[in-house]
Design a protein around this ligand. Structure first.
Ligand code: IMP
Length: 178
């Protein structure tokens, strides 16, 4: 593929991601069988994972999107700008937030708090990747695809300067490209 030559290593193949998504989907199906959740995916990185995951959730679910941005140069959690809000009313709903990667945790923590404030009944998090070594705020995902170390990854929705999102696997770029 066009991007293969840029990669230092592959961390997770498409097959591994699909297999893990099946396991997560089965768990989510079981946990939410009484009350199917509204999946809320954060643009744009979580789109490929959302598309895979929903095929393995055997419930009458719906999904919607949010786009948020952290303000430049701020360190505090809670400081995000909503670029695109949900189209769905969430009062009383059980929400499952879908993320590509939880890094410092600031984004997801703030979004969780915002949704609860807006009247969601519950908010849980499913993330394809978790980078716990980088965490700056206390937040943990409820469902985690894979844990990664402290390195910048691309692919399967995740970008470096908007590139590499379409890569069908997750990897690390060659040092000279960062
Ligand atoms: P957080 O608020 O620091 O947890 O940031 C999470 C967001 O940062 C993710 O949704 C990604 O968009 C981005 N991000 C964090 N680490 C990586 C990475 O290794 N590769 C690509 N994007 C990343």
């Amino acid at each position: 593929m066009i991007f293969d030559q840029d990669m230092k290593k592959v961390l997770f193949t498409r097959e591994q991601i699909v297999e893990r998504s099946k396991e997560l989907g089965a768990q989510i199906t079981n946990d939410y069988k009484e009350n199917p959740p509204l999946l809320v995916a954060l643009l744009r990185g979580s789109v490929p994972f959302l598309a895979e995951l929903i095929q393995h959730i055997d419930l009458d679910i719906q999904y919607d999107f949010m786009d948020v941005q952290s303000y430049e140069g701020t360190e505090s959690a809670g400081d995000i700008k909503i670029i695109k809000d949900l189209d769905t009313s969430i009062v009383g709903l059980d929400i499952l937030l879908v993320e590509d990667i939880v890094d410092t945790g600031k984004t997801i923590k703030t979004v969780c708090e915002t949704l609860l404030h807006k009247g969601a009944n519950s908010v849980k998090i499913v993330t394809l990747l978790d980078k716990p070594s980088r965490r700056l705020v206390e937040i943990n995902a409820d469902y985690i695809g894979f844990e990664v170390g402290n390195e910048f990854v691309v692919g399967y929705g995740m970008d470096y300067n908007q590139r590499y999102r379409a890569l069908p696997y997750i990897g690390v770029l060659k040092d000279e490209l960062y």
